[in-house]
Design a protein around this ligand. Structure first.
Ligand code: SF4
Ligand code: SF4
Length: 184
């Protein structure tokens, strides 16, 4: 009988010890949050998804050259005389059409090295960190403001302009030297 009571007490005592932490936490405030409805505030200088304000991009390619994993792909074409691309918000005159500006964010290691050399501060880290996708190709972000057709058109315009310039140069060079002499 004595042994029976001892075993019963040992059982109760073991359960009480096991439940000690549970009981303690019943009366302490919760540290978990109802994610994703509630989110933890991010540190001020956190590095997450990149964004490019393409209106301010001058197509200088410095961000792409700084990227250690080559995940930024930029293509540009020169504007022809008569095309006014305007200026950036910090006053830099735009002279190139940015026909392609893709970032493969799946390759990005969030080092931020592309951000610092940008002369117009138009590429920067945002606080967006939830951007999972089912399809790999959806992680290639396209920032160019031009459609593919417009990009082809801009390139063709510049090539035509170049060809005309070359033709004019060739025609001038082919003129007899006498004709090129200034009249006194
Ligand atoms: S954060 Fe780093 S890895 Fe990502 S695009 Fe910029 S330079 Fe490349
Ligand atoms: S460094 Fe800035 S301005 Fe130059 S191509 Fe990159 S985003 Fe555009």
């Amino acid at each position: 009988m004595k042994q029976y009571l001892k075993n019963t007490w040992d059982g109760i005592w073991t359960v009480l010890i096991g439940m000690k932490i549970t009981f303690k936490h019943l009366f302490t405030p919760a540290v978990t949050i109802q994610y994703p409805d509630v989110k933890v505030p991010l540190p001020e200088r956190v590095r997450n998804r990149l964004y490019v304000n393409i209106d301010d991009c001058i197509g200088c390619d410095q961000c792409s050259r700084a990227c250690p994993v080559s995940c930024i792909e930029i293509e540009t074409t020169k504007a022809i005389p008569g095309e006014d691309l305007g200026t950036t918000s910090n006053g830099k005159k735009k002279a190139l059409w940015v026909t392609k500006f893709n970032i493969d964010i799946a390759k990005c290691c969030y080092c931020q090295l592309c951000v610092f050399p940008c002369p117009t501060e138009c590429i920067y880290m945002t606080d967006v960190y939830e951007f999972a996708e089912y399809e790999r190709e959806n992680l290639v972000y396209k920032f160019s403001a031009l459609t593919e057709t417009e990009a082809v058109e801009k390139k063709a315009n510049f090539e035509k302009f170049q060809a005309e310039k070359e033709a004019q140069k060739a025609a001038a060079a082919a003129k007899p030297k006498e004709e090129q002499k200034p009249v006194n």
